[in-house]
Design a protein around this ligand. Structure first.
Ligand code: PLP
Length: 267
């Protein structure tokens, strides 16, 4: 009997014990697509659906060791990079991305949580810009992250476009400034092949705030790319899937809602 081959994807991210964000959330999205999801841990956080209490980054050498042993065995088609926590960890991850061990790279440049807690040390932003962005196929900053990366105060689509172009100038092959934090419609702005494309969405899911939507979206894009979809299709499909998961979100604790894919949903 031949063993079935399966498409592998990797998430390099933190542990959120409440499973709204980070590795556990990414694993849910990958398995929704029927992919084999691997994970390398960057940090343990103490958090729940109301917020982050503590962040305990791993030593950079512990992250290196995880990626080194994985690279001897499994080559992911796509790697999603989420919370890196420290500049030292990001430098190790960049070494693997530069050596093409990670396949295509999608970066969700996690710096702070929705609840306002810092999830990065002081030097991480600069390493993301200098070492990771030049090797990525796509980066998916939200409005705050795009501002943190570029210094551009984003208040409308024009300034969001300026920020996207500034990030492309840093070397990103494509940039998607996600629009979930706009006051009005949650329109994403995708810059690919020099063209800006607005990707519309509907706001749903009620008034309770959400935890883990950025992780969900970027993990979904990574999964679509791994399945062979083109970039624009992957972003459109992931925007739609994220909206559906927000629409069927759950509230597992006393805090924020978490995007959720009920069994009835197809990818
Ligand atoms: N914790 C971890 C491990 C994360 O990766 C992230 C975001 O990527 C967060 C917390 C914050 O998630 P949110 O801002 O959606 O609450």
């Amino acid at each position: 009997m031949r063993t079935a081959e399966i498409i592998t994807v990797l998430s390099i991210a933190g542990l959120d014990p409440s499973a709204g964000a980070g590795l556990l959330a990414d694993a849910r999205v990958f398995s929704h697509y029927g992919l084999y999801g691997c994970g390398a841990l960057t940090a343990v956080t103490a958090q729940n659906t109301s917020g982050v209490c503590q962040v305990y980054p791993l030593d950079a050498e512990q992250v290196y060791a995880q990626l080194e042993s994985l690279s001897e065995d499994i080559r992911p088609v796509v790697t999603k990079i989420g919370m890196l926590a420290t500049a030292a960890i990001a430098i190790e991850v960049a070494g693997f991305a530069g050596d093409a061990h990670l396949g295509q790279v999608v970066i969700d440049p996690v710096l702070t949580s929705t609840s306002g807690a810092a999830l990065a040390d002081k030097g991480l932003r600069d390493i993301i810009i200098d070492r990771l962005i030049p090797d990525c196929s796509l980066i998916t900053p939200n409005l705050d992250e795009a501002k943190a990366l570029t210094g551009i105060d984003i208040g409308d689509m024009e300034t969001a476009g300026q920020a996207a172009r500034a990030i492309a100038d840093m070397g990103a092959a494509a940039v998607c400034v996600t629009g979930g934090h706009w006051q009005g419609r949650p329109t994403d702005l995708l810059l690919a092949d020099g063209e800006l494309l607005q990707i519309e969405g509907e706001r749903g899911g009620g008034n309770n705030p959400f935890h883990g939507t950025g992780c969900f979206f970027s993990a979904s894009v990574a999964a679509c790319l791994a399945q062979g979809s083109g970039l624009v299709d992957s972003v459109r499909q992931s925007k739609a899937l994220t909206a559906r998961a927000i629409g069927s979100s759950v509230r597992p604790g006393r805090g924020m809602n978490v995007p959720w894919l009920s069994k009835a949903l197809e990818p």
